[in-house]
Design a protein around this ligand. Structure first.
Ligand SMILES: [Zn+2]
Length: 342
């Protein structure tokens, strides 16, 4: 990345109301068949357009072709029965009815490769594609086959690597794995979570990122955050091993969170996607607020390694709020970029 402070989003953007019910996770599609295929592509182009208007440098698809960042990937795999559901506790936080692993898991066909190719055709800017990480995937399933979280994570890592290699071939510049589970299961993350993540990224020539956050701005997450005390030091648990890992970029939640920014020092040397936009609030940041968060982060990240971003995905927000936040991100980064150039 030649541009200083290249901006990007963590991943999802709200969908148009004609495609899916807005401001809702797992929102059902409003279209069917060929109409749905075309509708998703139209929505993807609108997401690209919003990013272009906001001056976002690394463009994503806004996750317009998926219902949910984990579930949609798993829906395309064999060995998982979506009819057979069990209630499990997700990230120790909330109960959800989830599908069951009933046999050996596999990826009969590419999942997002055609979508990534479509995104590639829409822009000459660098593009980023998000995939769920192995540990976050196992946490949204009931496993009646392997009966081992670690074993299942290694299986998913192999599958993710197949998908990632094809995404790279489709022209993706950065492949990002979402691992919010790293902020909850520290021991497992250090024992095998980071290792399975590296397996998912094995052999890739493009850049790789891991996104670790405190989740979407939904009630279960904001309630959980209230229990975390005045300082959120979760990142401290995994950063030393992530610093040593082969992953190029670490994507973090920073703005309006209680994460002490000096924890970023623990991953010195890595590129850091600094969340400078709060996704758990409808209040649109000013460009100055974004700039202020970036300046604070610059104490712990070298300027050529700082990538301004959002704290997490913006899927549950209204489109106008998300658009306002995108604009603030672009404008805030521009302020600091100009300061650095002066
Ligand atoms: Zn997130």
């Amino acid at each position: 990345m030649k541009r200083l402070l290249p901006t990007s989003t963590a991943g999802s953007l709200p969908k148009p109301s004609w495609l899916a019910e807005p401001e809702k996770l797992w929102s059902p599609w409003k279209l069917e068949g060929e109409h749905l295929v075309v509708g998703k592509q139209d929505a993807l182009r609108l997401a690209v357009d919003d990013q272009r208007h906001a001056g976002i440098d690394i463009v994503g698809d806004g996750e317009q072709t998926r219902q949910h960042f984990v579930t949609t990937f798993i829906e395309h795999l064999s060995g998982v029965d979506f009819e057979k559901r069990e209630t499990v506790r997700i990230r120790n936080r909330y109960d959800a009815s989830v599908p069951t692993v009933v046999g050996a898991v596999g990826r009969p066909n590419p999942v997002f490769v055609a979508d990534a190719r479509y995104l590639r055709a829409q822009t000459d800017q660098p593009i980023k594609w998000t995939l769920p990480g192995p540990m976050t995937m196992i946490d949204t399933l009931y496993d009646a086959h392997y009966r081992s979280r670690e074993k299942l994570a290694w299986e998913f890592a192999t599958i993710l690597n197949q998908e990632a290699r094809e995404l790279e071939a489709a022209g993706v510049d950065i492949i990002q794995f979402d691992e919010p589970a790293f902020n909850v299961f520290f021991e497992e993350a250090n024992d095998w979570g980071i290792a399975t993540l590296e397996k998912a990224a094995e052999g890739l020539q493009c850049e790789t990122a891991v996104h670790i956050c405190y989740g979407y701005g939904i009630k279960a997450n904001t309630d959980w955050k209230k229990t975390l005390g005045s300082e959120w030091r979760q990142y401290e648990q995994t950063f030393p091993n992530l610093q040593k890992s082969k992953i190029d970029i670490i994507s973090l939640e920073c703005h309006h969170s209680r994460v002490p920014l000096d924890l970023i020092e623990l991953i010195r040397g890595k590129k850091v996607m600094v969340g400078a936009v709060d996704v758990a609030s409808d209040t649109i940041e000013t460009a100055d607020e974004v700039a202020d968060t970036l300046r604070k982060a610059l104490q712990f990240v070298d300027a050529d390694k700082l990538y301004p971003s959002t704290n997490c995905g913006m899927a549950p927000l209204s489109r106008s709020v998300a658009r306002g936040k995108l604009n603030a991100l672009g404008a805030g980064a521009k302020i600091v970029r100009e300061e650095l150039a002066a």
